[in-house]
Ligand binder design. Structure first.
Ligand SMILES: Cc1ncc(COP(=O)(O)O)c(C=O)c1O
Length: 367
């Protein structure tokens, strides 16, 4: 049996008839840039997340970058974030000229350890940027209390958590701005790069609209130095169709994750399984376990046709790109330990029960 870490073909087979019509309409209309589907998808996705406004952008990275700019973050400011995320989260902060200030993660949820935030706040801190990693929401209540106490902006990175719930409320509905990626492998993925920022603030929405489109006011009048970061109309048309399936796909991911967990528990193996706090609905963007002899297991699984990945092998404070922050090994021990032990197993809505059983059986054969 061959089991890839992600697959696109199965989902495409399911929705190809639904997508063809909308794509053809965009092509016939010639409205490739900020066409009708962009606005319609912005409305649909912001409504799905219970937010007033959505601004379609060309990637999750740009959503974070422009959200920071729209919140007035720039040179001289500090933004609190984790060393254990995809590097794009930090790059977006750095692109504004602000400095990422790191806080270690919680070993169970792999999200920011909220109890360690306060001691990192200085008079330069402008914002806190929680990342809902792997699809498990951050503990938002205490985080929002700290943000309120110190008058900090909250920018949510929801790139891995479309549709996840924290105390029955959608992630992306807590912050001043929340940012989504629709990178193809995401729970809601486009057929290319795409992203969106959501907000309830009219002012932030207007800034984002201007920033994504060369800072323009009229056709050739430019009031600020903006960027070219618009959500592509063809991607918006695809995402509108896919959004209708998101809840059903997330349920399938949850079912698959729970089957993995049940089967692993039955085997009684020495590995750490994903945690799901009782106040969240995890959407299992990826299914991550922790083991000690990872390299050996990865190799053996590969030999048996099972492809795995590591999210993430190097914490950001130890990446060459972030030498300037001056951190060293040992500064964030939980993030470092997780980087050494985590292993991502195949996870997608279309993964079949037999495939999951094969992964678990093969895995337990080695341990
Ligand atoms: C947590 C996180 N933040 C930000 C990003 C950046 O999104 P994009 O690839 O759409 O720029 C990603 C994914 O790639 C991500 O996983």
């Amino acid at each position: 049996m061959k089991i890839d870490i992600f697959t696109f073909n199965r989902q495409y087979e399911d929705i190809k008839d639904e997508i063809r019509g909308p794509l053809e309409e965009v092509i016939k209309s010639g409205q490739f840039i900020l066409g009708k589907d962009v606005g319609l998808f912005e409305q649909a996705f912001s409504a799905y997340c219970n937010m007033k406004y959505g601004v379609g952008l060309n990637s999750g990275t740009d959503a974070l970058f422009l959200a920071c700019l729209a919140c007035g973050i720039g040179k001289g400011d500090e933004v609190i974030v984790v060393p254990y995320t995809y590097i794009a989260t930090l790059l977006a902060i750095s692109m504004t000229g602000a400095k990422p200030v790191l806080v270690d993660i919680d070993e169970e949820t792999y999200n920011i350890d909220v109890s360690k935030i306060e001691r990192k706040i200085t008079n330069k801190t402008k914002a806190v940027l929680p990342v809902h990693l792997y699809g498990h929401p951050v503990d938002m209540d205490p985080l929002m209390k700290i943000a309120e106490k110190y008058n900090l902006k909250v920018i949510e990175d929801c790139a891995q958590a479309h549709g996840a719930l924290y105390k029955n409320k959608k992630v992306g509905s807590f912050g001043d701005v929340s940012c989504f990626s629709f990178y193809p492998t995401k729970n809601l993925g486009a057929f290319g790069d795409a992203g969106m920022a959501l907000t309830d603030s009219e002012e932030i929405k207007q800034r984002l609209i201007s920033l994504r489109d060369y800072g323009r006011k009229g056709r050739y009048e430019h009031v600020i130095k903006g960027y070219n970061s618009r959500l592509d109309t063809l991607q918006a048309a695809i995402l509108r169709v896919k959004l209708k399936h998101l809840d059903e796909w997330n349920e399938k991911r949850r079912k698959n994750a729970h089957l993995y967990t049940k089967l692993f528990k039955e085997k009684g193996l020495d590995l750490v399984l994903p945690y799901e706090a009782d106040y969240v609905k995890h959407v299992y963007h990826i299914y991550v376990v922790r083991i000690k002899n990872r390299e050996e297991v990865v190799k053996q699984l590969m030999d048996k046709g099972i492809r795995t990945l590591i999210h993430y092998p190097i914490p950001i404070h130890l990446q060459a790109a972030y030498k300037e922050l001056g951190y060293k090994k040992g500064d964030f021990p939980i993030a470092e330990k997780c980087c050494e032990e985590v292993l991502t197993l195949p996870m997608y809505p279309e993964l079949g029960e037999q495939e999951i059983r094969y992964v678990v059986d093969t895995f337990s054969g080695f341990l």
